[in-house]
Design a protein around this ligand. Structure first.
Ligand code: NAP
Length: 330
């Protein structure tokens, strides 16, 4: 079922997360969709095993991942882990809290000490873990003082329930604010998790990517394939069994004729490089020096195999970069 150690690890590239000691695989597996109770457990297990055999050691979860969103992905991951717990020290497991999770004032979208502390305890129970490697605040909460959120994350580390902390969906200014508190507390803050893809470049205009490099934290970027747009899936329309076809994404309405034409042009560039569009899109994201790892989603193991192979060709010529830029501007 699992490959010999040396065979797993020779396939992947590991990048240091900012200036921390923690290395993350260039490609990580995310559990947002396709790991809930409505999915097929054997397929989920196969995806995790496939990823691990490819050297993907980092698994990105959150309290609300899976459908229904009350912990189903963490529960299923806990069951999958039962068959591979002896590999725990070879894995980096992340979880998050911040979005709406359980009824009442303590489990809605917020960043309170009350919510983060209770949620992390729940996550550990669902995954049957003593600690997570990275615990994130999932989304900024203007209603909670940032000191309170920072102290709650710091406390998770002090209690031994998390080794490192992260923040997600924080822009540059919000990162600056919370980082100043982490510095005072000497919290092991190592990573921000923003969205980033060829079709979504807000971190560049915001300056978050430069700020990450200058301040020594990593970026674990999510939806690097723009939820599947940047693959060969939509080149000829919308298949029924896709995320857009099943109505599982709010960006489906962006998939118009103009977008499909643009994706076909990008696909031609990828083919010339000897890559699939998905692989080129991931290599392009990894080409940004601030990015430590791309968090990919998948609905089947073959997608993980295809996507992980992006690391075989990470470099771009100046001509390729300028061609891609001109296609993205059209
Ligand atoms: N922090 C946050 O707020 C936040 C938010 C969103 C996501 N995330 C993290 O980021 C992870 C990835 O997000 P994402 O799922 O949106 O990422 P993505 O990699 O942009 O999209 C993944 C989807 O694209 C399709 N796909 C992937 N590879 C393919 C291939 N080779 N060929 C054809 N189709 C392919 C699959 O959808 P089909 O179902 O169509 O096959 C797959 O589920 C999440 O699991 C989560 O860990 C974090």
């Amino acid at each position: 079922m699992f490959l010999a150690d040396e065979k797993r690890y020779d396939k992947m590239i590991y990048n240091r997360c900012g200036k921390s000691g923690l290395k993350l695989p260039a490609v990580s597996l995310g559990f947002w969709q396709n790991f809930g109770h409505k999915g097929c457990f054997a397929n989920m297990e196969n995806m995790v095993h496939t990823a691990f055999n490819l050297g993907i050691t980092h698994f990105d979860l959150a309290n609300n991942y899976g459908n229904p969103y009350n912990g189903s992905a963490e529960e299923n991951f806990g069951k999958i882990l039962d068959g591979m717990r002896h590999y725990r020290d070879e894995m980096c497991i992340s979880s998050k809290a911040g979005y709406d999770m359980w009824p009442g004032p303590y489990g809605d979208k917020n960043g309170s000490r009350k919510y983060l502390t209770a949620s992390l305890d729940q996550s550990l129970k669902r995954m049957k873990l003593d600690y997570v490697d990275i615990f994130y605040h999932h989304v900024p909460d203007p209603g909670t003082p940032v000191e309170e959120t920072a102290l709650a994350l710091d406390n998770a580390v002090k209690q031994g329930k998390a080794l490192y902390v992260g923040i997600s969906n924080y822009n540059r200014q919000q990162t600056e604010e919370i980082m100043s508190i982490f510095k005072e507390l000497r919290t092991p803050f190592i990573v921000n998790q923003p969205s980033y893809a060829m079709l979504n470049r807000w971190i560049e205009s915001d300056g978050l990517d430069e700020y990450a490099i200058d301040n020594g934290f990593g970026l674990a970027v999510f939806s690097p394939l723009y939820q599947g747009f940047l693959t060969n899936k939509y080149l000829n329309g919308v298949p029924a069994d896709s995320r857009v076809g099943k109505g599982e994404t709010w960006i489906g309405n962006q998939l118009d004729e103009k977008m499909i034409a643009r994706l076909n042009k990008l696909n031609a560039v990828a083919e010339n490089r000897g890559q699939k569009l998905s692989q080129m899109a991931l290599s392009w994201v990894l080409n940004n020096k601030a990015v430590t790892t791309v968090l990919i989603g998948a609905s089947r193991p073959e997608q993980i195999v295809e996507n992980a192979a992006c690391i075989e060709k990470l470099d771009f010529t100046a001509e390729e970069i300028s061609l891609i830029e001109s296609i993205l501007k059209e």
